[in-house]
Structures are given as C-alpha cells and as structure tokens.
Design a protein around this ligand. Structure first.
Ligand SMILES: Nc1ncnc2c1ncn2[C@@H]1O[C@H](COP(=O)(O)OP(=O)(O)O)[C@@H](O)[C@H]1O
Ligand SMILES: N[C@@H](CCOP(=O)(O)O)C(=O)O
Length: 297
C-alpha cells in the first residue's frame, strides 16, 4: 500500500498569473495498491459525491499516464481518497489529484521517476505549472513553462503569514474561468503586472511583508474573472473601500484569500463581514503555508 498526502495550493497570488503559487496547510490523502484485476475507487470527505469513481477519475487517469511513462502495466488498482480540498474553488484540487496520482503510481513502481520527471508529467497533464509545482515541492514557488520545459525556484513560506480563505458553495472550473481571459492586453497592464509580481516575490522572499498590499494587484485575469460571480466584484470593491488591500482571487476562483500577518484583528473582522454580506453560502478556512509539499509513505 502506498499513501500520499498532497497540499492544496493557491496560484497566481494576484499578479503572478500562471507562474506563482503557494502550498497551503489543507491536504488530500490518497492510498493506492495493486490488486488482481479491475478498478476500485472509494472516496470520503469534502465534495465526495461530485467526484468520478470510475476510469475517468483524475487520480486514476494521472496514475495511468505515469504507468505509461514508466512502461509498467498493473493488473488492477484500488484507490482510497480522503478528500479535504474543495473541488473547482481555486484551491488546486485538480493539481492535488494529478501530483498525488503521479507520485502514488511512481511509488508503486519503486520510484523510478525523479522529482523533475514527475513534475514534467504533472505539468503536461494540468497544462500550467503554478499549482502542481508547489503541490509537489511545497513553499512559495516561482515556475515558468517554456517550450515544454518547466523551471522553478522555491522558498519557504514566511511563518507569520496567515491565509484566510473564503470558499463559496458555487463551483467555477478552471477551464471555464480561463475561457473569459482576453487574447491581448494593453502594454501598460502587462508592465504593471511584471512590476507587481516581481515586487510580490521579493517581498515574500525578503520578509518585507508590509509591501505585500502594494504588490497584490492584478490587471491580467482578476478584472475579467470577478464578473463570473455576482458578489465577487462587490467584495473586491468593498474590500478596497475598507483598506483591505491584501485580497486576491485564489487561483482561477471563486475562492478569495485575505493574506495577513501580525495583529490585524480589525481588518480580519471587516473581511469576514463583507463576505457574510454576499448572497451565496460561504465557508472559511484559516490556513498557514505548507513547506513540505507532497509526502509519500
Ligand atoms: N479529489 C478529487 N478526486 C478526483 N477528481 C478531482 C478531485 N478534485 C478535483 N477533481 C477533478 O478536478 C476538477 C476540478 O478541477 P479545476 O476546475 O481545476 O478546479 P480547482 O480550482 O479546484 O483546481 C473536478 O471537476 C474533478 O474532475
Ligand atoms: N494560473 C491558473 C491557476 C488555476 O488555479 P486553480 O486552483 O483554480 O486550479 C489560472 O489562473 O487559470
């Protein structure tokens, strides 16, 4: 039996579209073993009723792709999933399945693939590196995919950082959310995002956390995506009016993260208040960064 534990991830972090991501202290666990024949999938936990329990299951599909890459043909597979990452909410649920399935299959075959080889396969399956890379290696990750190759640098999440995650009951698939992004953008918007994302990485790396609120602005994707759900636009506007500058859309949304550190009780209360004003049902998770990434036992 192989067991893997995979962290949730929040990607983009505002301006770092498709290249920045942070692993979070919320985990899916997957147990896999080879059986004599067939496929058995058992799932418990968050959103389990929404997840395929057949050969279309993303964990299983990721395992199959890994076996093909290794050149191994298992007789049959049994998968048990303990799901805590809500699906299609912008917390890297698909990346967690992909990384979990690749690492589990690699484990069943005696770990022939290196971390880099597992990463290349995971990026191939997901299509972008900013969730799967922090899910695999943990921490804050700057990743770049160019001509089929992914290069990344990781560093630990500052221990003072707290991620207050507001999760709506409404689902928004990453595919649908990517579908509303423009083909081209104004040069000035591109320049702004380059500056903000560079400052964001430097502030996270140097621990100059007071500069994060200036850095957490985006013009590439958030302005288009917040129109996908009525209350998102209002939450961001109200947040700006109340000086809550550390708000960003988690991944492709619709979850929203308020990034805080030190004593900000008053601002945190305002964040909870503006979310609770929204018409949808929202739940909250207060998370820390994860610096370990996916573990296997
Ligand atoms: N625990 C899981 N087990 C199997 N498939 C999952 C699981 N979590 C997510 N998925 C798959 O990933 C899809 C959601 O991926 P995506 O739209 O990228 O959302 P997210 O923002 O959560 O990554 C689901 O529709 C489902 O197909
Ligand atoms: N860069 C991607 C990130 C998607 O993150 P997810 O957690 O919503 O899967 C994008 O913005 O599309």
């Amino acid at each position: 039996m192989i067991r893997v534990k995979v962290p949730a991830t929040t990607a983009n972090i505002g301006p770092g579209f498709d290249c920045l991501g942070i692993a979070l202290s919320l985990y899916n666990e997957i147990e896999v073993e080879e059986i004599d024949n067939g496929l058995i999938i058992d799932i418990e936990g968050r959103d389990e009723e929404k997840i395929e329990k057949n050969e279309n299951n993303l964990v299983y599909q990721s395992m199959l792709k890994t076996f093909q890459r290794i050149g191994y043909q298992p007789k049959g597979i049994k998968i048990k999933q303990y799901n805590r990452i809500p699906i299609a909410r912008g917390l890297g649920s698909s990346a967690a399945c992909i990384v979990g399935g690749v690492m589990a299959a690699n484990g069943l075959c005696g770990k022939p693939l290196s971390t880099e080889e597992m990463l290349e396969l995971a990026v191939e399956i997901e299509g972008h590196p900013d969730n799967v890379t922090p899910a695999l290696v943990g921490g804050v990750v700057v990743s770049c995919k160019d001509e089929g190759q992914t290069t990344y640098i990781r560093f630990d999440v500052h221990e003072a950082l707290k991620f207050i995650v507001a999760i709506p009951e409404v689902e928004l698939s990453t595919k649908a959310s990517r579908g509303v992004l423009p083909e081209t953008i104004a040069f000035q918007d591109a320049v702004m995002n380059v500056g903000k994302s560079s400052l964001l990485v430097a502030a996270l790396m140097s621990g100059e956390l007071e500069k994060l609120s200036f850095a957490l602005k985006d013009r590439l994707h958030q302005p288009y995506r917040i129109k996908l759900m009525d209350s998102l636009e209002n939450i961001f506007t109200r947040g700006e009016d109340l000086g809550l500058n550390q708000l960003f859309l988690s991944g492709a949304g619709p979850s929203i993260i308020y990034l805080t550190w030190g004593e900000e009780a008053e601002k945190e209360k305002k964040f909870y208040h503006i979310i609770k004003e929204a018409p949808e049902e929202w739940t909250f998770q207060v998370l820390a960064g994860d610096n370990k990434g996916t573990s296997i036992s």
